[in-house]
Design a protein around this ligand. Structure first.
Ligand SMILES: Cc1cc2nc3c(=O)[nH]c(=O)nc-3n(C[C@H](O)[C@H](O)[C@H](O)COP(=O)(O)OP(=O)(O)OC[C@H]3O[C@@H](n4cnc5c(N)ncnc54)[C@H](O)[C@@H]3O)c2cc1C
Ligand code: SF4
Length: 482
């Protein structure tokens, strides 16, 4: 029986070695491993894995193609629903979505759906360096995906209706891809000099390589006919009102994410050496501070404290470690409450990150030149559960102590930037500063749609993509009537 085969393990860089470089941690499957893992799938009639995927990826269909060795066929099935498979195969929390619902997981190990998706997406670019047993793949072995065969694609039939997408993160890219496949004239406006949103500026190179992986997926979106204009800040360079009233855009999708960092509001947060995780990661990823050939370095120092326990905290900590620092995660609850993915915590521990649990900062202490020299903390203990069901941490009286450190990175969450809502007529936001939108993505302004972190607050890549796709359908329906 196929499900008697144990889940095929995936190879990773040795923790001691990878702690000193920015190369990708996980090597992924080679062809032999991928085909073996694909053979474990039961091709369920009512696939629970698929129901749990926010973009509705046809998981059993693509795995069945792969199991038969038809990798291009598997890629074509994935392309029907996802424009970012190499990204999702790497960063999606599969353990709580597709793999978390896989029937094989009830009594054993679920199918490694994410690793299979990643293999299919990477295959055309694979060489020996990526661990492929098959060696470099020739173009002739891997025909281009026939778009005419993709559900909903109308080939070269184009309407003259222009749609503007604000923001080039996963929500914007997914919305743009579907609309372009359906023949709309789509332009993405991106504030930064590179497209990709958090995929480009937030998630580190060692989890999601930019040139080797992300660049190709963004190029594939462009290849659908989507135009991407970078260095355009909507709300400053041009407004949504002028895009619609003067530049002929018939609909707009806002996928501007949640890039505004939160701070603790404790004394000393203005000292040099205090960063938001967003700034620290942007300087490393987008500005390539970790590369010696770039003139935009960063000072991490010998010791770094990262405050927070989510995925962003793990990314900031692991980045600081690779820059040569001793890194402490300062978290006010215990390991059991850490909101980060288990895999990320495991990787961080393996690499040598030190976890200071039940510890909460109360002040950043600086030296006479205005630079951070210590983080004053208080010990915590767990009290009664709060609204989230997690036990609330309460300070232990008289337990203050100092951790000497050169750098403090605050990874406490983010919210949407208010620029768009402040400069666009008729757009409502809720108490958390998130855009108000229906489940279909319609905002309070006719013709303007929104999705992703800008609506939900900080969430995940696949939820943002799902929201982008849902809004694309609503935009299509709106434009057919207007
Ligand atoms: C460090 C980090 C690690 C993460 N790791 C994971 C992970 O492993 N797995 C996972 O699923 N999720 C992860 N997430 C969350 C995930 O990346 C986000 O939920 C997702 O990127 C949201 O997509 P989005 O398209 O809504 O917004 P974003 O990705 O934030 O993209 C928004 C884009 O809009 C642009 N923009 C903003 N304002 C304007 C404007 N006025 N004009 C023009 N452009 C504008 C921004 O520059 C940005 O490029 C992580 C987040 C961070 C910060
Ligand atoms: S639930 Fe698991 S076994 Fe069933 S189709 Fe999905 S991946 Fe295959």
């Amino acid at each position: 029986m196929a499900n008697k085969i144990p889940r095929v393990p995936v190879r990773e860089q040795d923790p001691k070695v990878r702690a000193t470089n920015f190369d990708e941690v996980c090597y992924g499957y080679n062809k032999e491993e991928a085909l073996l893992e694909a053979s474990r799938c039961l091709n369920c009639k009512n696939p629970r894995c698929m129901t749990a995927c926010p973009v509705g990826l046809q998981i059993p269909r693509f795995i069945a193609e792969l199991a038969q060795g038809n990798i291009a066929g598997a890629a074509a099935v994935i392309a029907e629903d996802s424009s970012l498979p190499a990204v999702c195969g790497r960063v999606c929390p599969q353990e709580t979505q597709c793999e978390g619902s896989c029937v094989l997981g009830v009594k054993g190990e679920p199918v490694a759906i994410g690793k299979l998706e990643r293999f299919v997406a990477d295959y055309p670019r694979m060489g020996d360096a990526t661990g492929s047993a098959s060696g470099p793949v020739r173009d002739s072995e891997y025909p281009a995906i026939p778009l005419e065969g993709v559900q909903g694609v109308k080939g070269s039939v184009r309407t003259n209706k222009r749609v503007a997408i604000v923001g080039s993160g996963p929500a914007g890219l997914a919305c743009a891809s579907d609309l372009a496949k359906w023949g709309y004239d789509v332009t993405i406006f991106e504030a930064l000099h590179k497209a990709g949103g958090v995929l480009e500026y937030g998630i580190p190179e060692f989890r999601l390589p930019k040139d080797k992986v992300l660049k190709h997926e963004i190029e594939a979106v462009r290849a659908l006919g989507v135009k991407i204009e970078t260095n355009v800040i909507i709300g400053r360079t041009v407004t949504i009102d002028s895009l619609m009233d003067q530049e002929g855009f018939k609909a707009v999708f806002i996928g501007t994410g949640a890039g505004l960092p939160k701070f603790m509001g404790i004394p000393g947060e203005n000292y040099n050496g205090v960063f938001s995780a967003n700034e620290f990661l942007t300087r490393n990823n987008l500005m390539k501070a970790w590369r010696e050939d770039y003139l935009t370095p960063i000072h991490a120092g010998k010791k770094v404290c990262v405050v927070g326990g989510g995925n962003v905290a793990m990314d900031a900590a692991r980045t600081a470690l690779r820059l040569g620092a001793e890194v402490h995660i300062v978290y006010r609850r215990t390991e059991a409450e850490l909101p980060a993915r288990k895999e990320e915590v495991h990787h961080a521990i393996e690499e040598g990150i030190i976890f200071d649990m039940l510890t909460n900062p109360v002040e950043v202490i600086g030296d006479e030149r205005g630079w951070v020299k210590a983080l004053k903390c208080v010990k915590m203990e767990l009290g009664e559960p709060d609204e989230s069901g997690r036990r609330s941490p309460v300070p232990v009286e008289g337990s203050e102590f100092e951790i000497p450190t050169e750098t403090v990175i605050m990874a406490l969450g983010t919210s949407p930037n208010p620029l768009i809502s402040k400069t666009t007529k008729g757009l409502e936001v809720n108490r958390r500063g998130c855009l108000v939108a229906t489940e279909e993505g319609a905002t309070t302004r006719p013709g303007v749609f929104a999705g992703g972190d800008a609506v939900t607050g900080a969430a995940t890549v696949i939820l943002a993509m799902g929201a982008g796709r849902t809004a694309a359908k609503a935009i299509d329906a709106y434009l057919k009537q207007n």
